[in-house]
Design a protein around this ligand. Structure first.
Ligand code: SF4
Length: 401
């Protein structure tokens, strides 16, 4: 197989990995214009063939600093000795496997990078010969990219289950972001998805090591003089877990190991796996989980603030921030001229940047109607039912807008 065909083989299921995808970077819908994913198209150089252009290995992405980019997402190998129930790469499943040698992949990626086809890379792998050996291959690849190929762009490296602390340390010296997919929120749920993964020792431990290392070593020892961020991904609905379980673990990780964010991939069945007859999960569920996780991370919400239903899930039909406001602010609106930042952040239509802009503006002015809010780019129809402006209900002015 030539390297490009190998890449096509290895990348054709990478939509299962959500990391850095632009569609997942929406703020709560109540703070933006639409309750649906946003997207943009990558630029693929004209000299690439139709086959190359169609290949699914480059993905529009948004980096942690907000910059848009095009990311190559691939595995180093689709051979795997584990048998996770949901996974297309599980051992024994009949399909054509492919593997890159570290220098082979680094050479191909360098060409793609130089041509402008891919600006960054997300690199994972199936496990062959154990997690430690597989992690070594990922590290070798990263090392060649950084040292021999002089690649200085964005690199997201997957940490293999069972990797050692010294390997995590080395990965932090090479990558901008590290991830360990927990897949499920706890040991019991993981057993329903991945019988040979060990939740605490194999999956949670590397995330704890990243944080331990960040707390004990200066940033200049790591790639680009910065600590890499850490993220995880869950298979939402794959183990019949509730949203409360997923968000409890997410919140714990954000507080205890400074997880930058969690990704949620709605379960959908893969043919010829033990879960092939399990119904697909509504993609709206992952969207609500993203919104709720942003409320926990950026908006000062606690788990108990989220509008869980009796079955401990989020309502699918309503944005969680809007649902909270409808229950709590309709009768007790927030006075824009006096509210603290954390109170402003509870108002649908007001995100962290808007809250800061309002606080700044309040030093020199008083909000008496919706005009000034609208000039700040705030969707006043969202805000109006939940705020007072100089003691008066803002929603009474909506007809003017
Ligand atoms: S270890 Fe990873 S690649 Fe292997 S079966 Fe499990 S999820 Fe799939």
């Amino acid at each position: 197989m030539n390297p490009l065909d190998t890449l096509i083989e290895l990348s054709n299921q990478m939509e299962l990995e959500h990391a850095e995808e632009s569609r997942n970077f929406n703020p709560p819908a109540s703070d933006s214009n639409a309750d649906k994913p946003a997207c943009f198209s990558p630029k693929v150089p004209s000299e690439f063939t139709e086959k190359e252009k169609r290949a699914a290995f480059v993905h529009p992405a948004q980096l942690p600093n907000g910059k848009k980019t095009v990311l190559l997402k691939t595995l180093l190998s689709s051979a795997c000795e584990r048998d996770c129930y949901y996974c297309p790469f599980r051992a024994g499943r009949d399909f054509r496997r492919a593997t890159f040698k570290p220098d082979e992949f680094a050479g191909l990626f360098s060409k793609m990078n130089q041509s402008g086809m891919a600006q960054g890379v997300f690199l994972s792998s199936g496990i062959a010969g154990g997690g430690i050996r597989t992690m070594d291959k990922l590290l070798d690849t990263a090392e060649i990219l950084r040292k021999r190929r002089n690649f200085r762009g964005y690199l997201h490296l997957k940490i293999m289950p069972g990797a050692q602390k010294a390997q995590v340390y080395r990965a932090m010296q090479l990558a901008d972001r590290l991830s360990v997919n927990l897949e499920a929120p706890n040991t019991e749920r993981l057993a329903k998805l991945a019988p040979h993964k060990i939740f605490i020792e194999e999956l949670l431990q590397p995330l704890k090591w990243v944080e331990e290392i960040r707390n004990s070593e200066p940033a200049d020892k790591f790639w680009n003089g910065k600590y890499p961020s850490s993220v995880t991904q869950f298979v939402a609905g794959g183990s019949d877990e509730s949203d409360l379980e997923l968000l409890t673990t997410t919140h714990w990780l954000m507080k205890k190991v400074r997880l930058a964010r969690a990704y949620f991939s709605a379960f959908h069945p893969i043919r010829d796996t033990p879960l092939e007859n399990k119904p697909a999960v509504n993609p709206m569920r992952e969207h609500r989980l993203y919104q709720a996780s942003f409320l926990l991370r950026d908006y000062g919400f606690d788990l108990e603030d989220l509008p869980f239903t009796a079955d401990e899930n989020l309502p699918l039909h309503n944005d969680p921030k809007l649902a909270w406001a409808q229950q709590n602010l309709t009768e007790r609106p927030v006075e824009i001229n006096q509210a603290e930042r954390r109170e402003l952040l509870r108002v649908p239509g007001i995100g962290p940047k808007h809250a800061d802009t309002i606080l700044q503006a309040r030093r020199t002015m008083k909000f008496r109607d919706l005009t000034a809010l609208r000039k700040m780019g705030i969707i006043v129809a969202r805000v109006a039912p939940f705020v007072l402006l100089d003691g008066r209900r803002a929603e009474n002015q909506l007809a003017l807008f």
